[in-house]
Design a protein around this ligand. Sequence first.
Ligand SMILES: [Zn+2]
Length: 491
Amino acid sequence: MCKESIFSFMVEKYEAIIGLEVHAQLLTNTKAFCRCSTSYSLSPNAHTCPVCLGLPGALPVLNNRVVEFAVKMGIATNCLIREFSTFSRKNYFYADLPKGYQISQYEDPICYDGHIDIETGDAGETKSIGITRIHMEEDSGKSIHDVDIDTLVDLNRSGVPLIEIVSGPDMRSAREAYQYLSQIRQIVMYLGICDGNLEEGSLRCDANISVRKKGTEKFGTKVEIKNLNSFRNVEKAIDYEIKRQVETLENGNEIFQETRMWDAGAQQTKVMRSKEFAHDYRYFPEPDLGGVTVSESMLESVRSTMPELPLDRKRRFANEYGLPWYDAGILTETQKLSEYFEECCSALITKSKERYKLISNWIMTEVLRYLSEKGITISEFPVPANHIAELVEMFASEAISSKIAKDIFPEVVNGESPKELVERKGLLQISDEEVIHSVVEKILAEQTENVLKYREGKKNLFGHFVSSVLKELGGKANPRIVTKFLQEKLN
Ligand SMILES: [Zn+2]
């Protein structure tokens, strides 16, 4: 056996246990415990006050939107919502944390014991992943390390609200972790509580990974990996770490509980520090804040604002519109795109699954291509949904050919109604059977020699007859009817 196959044989004996901790930066206007703006600022420390600077004696006041957003996420992930929860201080020292502690939740997180479905196949197969807890906390500031001018600290981000979503140890592969993270990202975006940007750090992901021999119950020693700032890195880092742990154990060595980081350049995980334990932080109840009460009426009002969630919408698109699972996935990737699709469908005069599929094709090819060429989102797309419906309706009913539909699309994007355009330019397809029939007869009468050759076996002349008829009718004849008459006459 070669080295690679010996190794995959080794990996086969093991099972990976993966849990993810996801931090989502909440889209509130102001910070968690003061009224400073959360908006991005080019000037460092512009959005700060005594509370988020951590000056002694300054008192935090909880922003209710933070609670509302956390509860929203809790409901979306089937969690139990705690009626009364508290804040704690998580103590540690760092230059970008002037208070010397972070306000977080410890023993009684606001949401707990939930689950979400993730997709495990291409045809809608799912697996349930537990959500252990969701708690509220504040972000720290940012240290900017510069070799020339020491380290600078920017506290604009200090006190910006986060929720931390902790999954159960339920994932078994890098692929499942990837699917879980995509699902969480889609949910927070559908809820409008986080912009979901991994690269810019509004969504941050740490992974806990251990391996154990298949068939055993006891978990192995877990390692935490930080700095997974893209979907690619999540998959690669987890795959790498699983292999590293298996190899370590197979070589008779020990796994240490530690925190590692993914080095994308070197394509490997590296030790950052030995793992800290909860007791290292000396958590204690935050004395400056009362508890958080979630009343029945608040729960009701949050429930009433819950949107349809991404996976539910995907399932509905597949059922209601009869779309392939793949199409349903693309169209529900963002809420806005899925809304656009539904607007197009409801603007159709003839409502049928065939036409819904044509709308789906049109959006997935022409519309998405246009968006990516222009670098814009569907919200900025200038064509009203009823124009897409009009266009699809015209070629579905054979009023125009699909080639003409594509040809006029740039003008449709410029704002003209497809119907008016087609009329103005005289592009209506000729489907009048009498007209086409007489042209077919004329062409065959003119080309008696070719007809003879065709009947003697030169069957590839058929295409030549079709194009002659189409040419005679200015390229606008319905090719289906042309073919039908030619077949009748020639065979
Ligand atoms: Zn402040």
